[in-house]
Design a protein around this ligand. Structure first.
Ligand SMILES: CC(C)(COP(=O)(O)OP(=O)(O)OC[C@H]1O[C@@H](n2cnc3c(N)ncnc32)[C@H](O)[C@@H]1OP(=O)(O)O)[C@@H](O)C(=O)NCCC(=O)NCCS
Length: 211
């Protein structure tokens, strides 16, 4: 648009930004998600096959995965600006991946995606949710801590190449939701004590997780 396309009474810069909409991730989202993936995880980006495999377990009564995308919608169509996925196995949820486009950082979108994944963990009746995060990814760690995740251990050299350690974080089911987001409630009913740290690495098709 050029300056002359605008009516004098129009002030587009002051229009309230529409928030991205969260919805289920489908196979046609894989391509735009991969673009973000390669930009945000340049050293260990997931392959298309890994997303296809995850989504294959995300539907039907035996589903063990929940994947969501965040999409902005404007006159020119939609743009995927965030995504996240959770796996649920034997009452343990696992944040497989979570990411938002750089131009969305600090807008609360990461919190909204995490809230959606924690809600999925409740739906799957998880007693706890685990994740791995690079020890040098302070921004993500702060987000997780705000939601009640606590560091429970380190996996040495988890991220290859680069040999970067992963912090393992855990959030029990009886954790209070993020106070800034009342919609992020977490079911506390019938949450039994959880055993020690499970080895969750082997459940990820031999790859690293991004959350
Ligand atoms: C980590 C990541 C998902 C966080 O996403 P995000 O969209 O920036 O998350 P949020 O905006 O919800 O929160 C980030 C910060 O912005 C702040 N924030 C939230 N809403 C805000 C708003 N409306 N205005 C200003 N700041 C805001 C939050 O307080 C938070 O800061 P804090 O952690 O110091 O409290 C994102 O940085 C990312 O994709 N990083 C690259 C991929 C990655 O590392 N993924 C995690 C792998 S384990």
């Amino acid at each position: 648009m050029t300056g002359t396309d605008r009516r004098p009474d129009q002030q587009p810069d002051q229009r309230p930004e529409r928030q991205p909409v969260l919805r289920e991730m489908r196979w046609w989202d894989i391509e735009p998600v991969l673009e973000l993936e390669r930009e945000l995880f340049p050293h260990d980006a997931w392959s298309p096959a890994m997303f296809w495999s995850e989504l294959a377990h995300a539907r039907g009564p035996a589903a063990t995965r929940r994947y969501v995308v965040a999409e902005t919608v404007d006159e020119s169509g939609g743009r995927v600006v965030g995504y996240g996925g959770l796996a649920a196995v034997d009452g343990t949820g696992d944040i497989q991946t979570i990411a938002t486009a750089r131009d969305q950082w600090g807008t609360g979108l990461g919190s909204r995606l995490l809230t959606a994944l924690l809600r999925a963990a409740t739906d799957f009746e998880c007693r706890e949710v685990l994740l791995e995060v690079r020890v040098d990814n302070v921004r993500a760690q702060r987000l997780y801590e705000r939601f009640g995740f606590e560091a429970i251990g380190v996996r040495r050299g988890y991220y290859q190449p680069g040999n970067v350690d992963a912090l393992v974080m855990r959030r029990p089911a009886d954790t209070e939701p993020d106070p800034a987001d009342p919609s992020g409630s977490f079911d506390t009913s019938d949450a039994p004590d959880t055993p020690g740290t499970p080895d969750i690495t082997e459940r990820h098709q031999g790859t690293t997780t991004h959350g």
